[in-house]
Write a protein that binds this ligand. Structure first.
Ligand code: 8YV
Length: 317
């Protein structure tokens, strides 16, 4: 008999879904209307869960799955899973470590360039026929140069390092903060986040959100200042969102490129009217190449855990 898997979000690569369905009895939880009845009937049989990084799984749901052996996260951030609880239960929690680094770093740089160079607002000017109506160059505001910008990176893990490598190639001096300085890196480490913001033209957030909720607050944004830009490709909850919205609407920072938000898919509507902001729908890892690689890692983690081996990317056991 095939092991039963609970799938909490859609998987966008058909080949991965097909493999999953061929190896397991897959219950697509997000399509089940009466979840309580489903759990009553099938809860005891579920041995594996597949979920996204920002969706994770609640303890309440894990409690209803007594046979659970593995939670395979199709993502790198595991802040939405209680690892201590999983550890106590002996459940493997796996992540797709390393699979999405390049794409997430690409989008971070893309968002920063799009924001400081006004690429999206410029596109709207052309698309809405405003350029043709007013062809004088002065009708479109000047933007800001990316090359050479002082970039401050918050969180120097795999993704932070990949962002640093890309920004360095644009001649950007890099500095960073993290829980501690990294011995193998020559970039200046600045322990204090406000000080990092003060010394940066752009802050890029690539930190894990564990125990770091709301670290980007009004004080940090004011230290970044009216010429500064913020990019977030990590987790919305790293930012105090009302503070960010206020800083943007009041022009206390210059702009923001945001892929993630506190309450996805809900984005503060006031941002929709701001040309200084570039918005994405949590898509930094959403390429065919990366989602295929992530899917393969999820399949490998399930196979290893459900055949009694320790999955390579287990974070709990
Ligand atoms: C994904 C993510 O959007 O890796 C993460 O932690 O949040 C993203 O890559 C998500 O996990 C998709 O399943």
């Amino acid at each position: 008999m095939k092991p039963s898997i609970l799938q909490l979000n859609p998987i966008l690569i058909p080949a991965i879904s097909e493999k999953l369905n061929s190896l397991y009895t897959v219950h697509r939880y997000f399509e089940i209307a009466d979840k309580e009845a489903f759990i009553k009937e099938y809860g005891n049989s579920i041995r594996g869960v597949v979920s996204g990084g920002h969706t994770g799984i609640s303890n309440a749901l894990m409690e209803k799955l007594p046979a659970l052996e593995v939670v395979a996260i199709n993502g790198v951030g595991v802040d939405a899973v209680d690892l201590d609880y999983a550890r106590k239960r002996g459940i493997h929690v796996t992540a797709t470590l390393g699979a999405l680094t390049e794409d997430v770093a690409d989008l971070a740089i893309g968002l920063l360039i799009a924001t400081c160079r006004g690429i999206c607002s410029g596109d709207r000017v052309v698309r809405n026929g405003l350029w043709a109506k007013n062809p004088h160059p002065g009708s479109i505001p000047l933007s800001r140069r990316f090359s050479g910008m002082r970039v401050g990176i918050v969180g120097m893990g795999r993704v932070g390092r990949a962002i640093a490598a890309r920004a360095s190639a644009f001649g950007c001096p890099i500095s960073y903060t993290d829980l501690h300085a990294m011995q193998d890196l020559d970039y200046p480490f600045i322990a204090d986040l406000q000080e990092l913001a003060r010394q940066s033209d752009a802050l890029i957030l690539s930190a894990s959100a564990d125990k770091a909720e709301g670290i980007i607050n009004a004080a940090v944004l004011d230290a970044l200042g009216p010429d500064g830009f913020l990019v977030n490709i990590a987790r919305g909850k790293l930012v105090n969102e009302p503070d960010l919205v206020a800083a943007l609407t009041e022009g206390r920072i210059s702009g923001a490129g945001l892929d993630v938000f506190v309450d996805e898919p809900n984005v503060p509507e006031v941002l929709f009217g701001l040309d200084s902001v570039v918005l994405q729908a949590h898509r930094a890892s959403a390429t065919v190449e990366t989602r295929t690689a992530m899917g393969e890692m999820v399949l490998a983690s399930l196979a290893q855990a459900l055949s009694g081996q320790r999955p390579e990317n287990s974070l709990t056991r």
